[in-house]
Design a protein around this ligand. Structure first.
Ligand SMILES: [Zn+2]
Ligand SMILES: [Zn+2]
Length: 271
């Protein structure tokens, strides 16, 4: 039995003798199947050709990126808190070098995922760090490809972790789309980890809000308003997106308001 990993979205599946016929995440309109067709690899296959690179982004925050690029190419973010470290989102590759580097930073006591495009090999990562719990919004039950007792579902709009960060369900890109608030980040001004819920644009002065990024399907204006209404009361000044260098370093709330106004103007929406 092998845990196959989808080459396009990077999700690791439950153990099977043969590769699965379909990837549910890639067949959804928020992803896509490669022109060459559905293809799979395994962790051993990945380890032969890829490695992870860790980089400190600010005190208490480290990004983990797989090189050469694999699947979506996202970064996972390790938030170090006084009561433990949280891995926010995930990548597909985990190897001994990565585990050692993260152990040196204090390990991982919990994992939390924003949405299924970022699940990677999350169960494998949890097992490598003492079966740390994976916090997932209950809206994601149907998207779990490798079920495991380490997955803990939370309900409602907000979930506090012991490590000192809070998960907020904002919806939009997925019904359960989650962001992470790290109050101690940015020297105490607060950091929002936003992934695809509020996608940091390459100009690093705006965010976007899409139902499907690869297939360019926008969200309704009322949904954009609802996402903005959920994050504006939170205390933060900086946003990190889920790709390298996609960060709004300061005054992120102004950037969100500016971006939402521009977006709604573009789709002809009036509140
Ligand atoms: Zn896939
Ligand atoms: Zn996504």
């Amino acid at each position: 039995m092998l845990n196959y990993i989808c080459v396009t979205c990077g999700n690791q599946y439950g153990g099977t003798e043969e590769p699965p016929l379909h990837c549910l995440i890639c067949e959804d309109e928020r992803q896509y199947v490669n022109p060459t067709g559905q293809t799979w690899t395994t962790l051993d296959g990945l380890r032969r050709e890829h490695h992870n690179v860790l980089k400190s982004l600010e005190p208490g925050l480290t990004e983990i990126v797989t090189e050469p690029k694999f699947a979506i190419g996202q970064r996972a973010l390790l938030v170090q808190g006084p009561k433990g470290n949280v891995l926010w989102d995930c990548v597909s590759l985990i190897d001994d070098t990565t585990v050692e580097a993260i152990e040196a930073l204090g390990g991982i006591s919990a994992l939390a995922m924003s949405h299924p495009h970022m699940f990677g090999s999350m169960v494998e990562w949890s097992h490598a760090f003492g079966k740390a719990p994976i916090h997932l919004h209950s809206d994601y039950r149907q998207w779990i490809q490798r079920p495991d007792p380490v997955i803990e579902f939370w309900e409602g709009e907000k979930h506090d972790l012991n490590e000192g960060v809070t998960l907020h369900r904002c919806g939009g890109h997925f019904k359960g789309s989650t962001v992470l608030l790290w109050p101690e980040g940015a020297a105490g001004r607060g950091v929002l980890l936003s992934t695809d819920t509020l996608y940091v644009a390459p100009d690093r002065r705006h965010v976007s809000f899409m139902y499907s990024y690869p297939n360019y399907i926008p969200l309704a204006g009322s949904t954009v308003d609802s996402i903005v209404d959920k994050v504006m009361p939170l205390e933060f000044d900086r946003i990190y997106g889920h790709f390298r260098h996609l960060e709004i370093e300061a005054d992120a709330k102004s950037a969100i308001q500016r971006s939402a106004a521009r977006y709604k103007e573009a789709i002809g929406f009036r509140r």
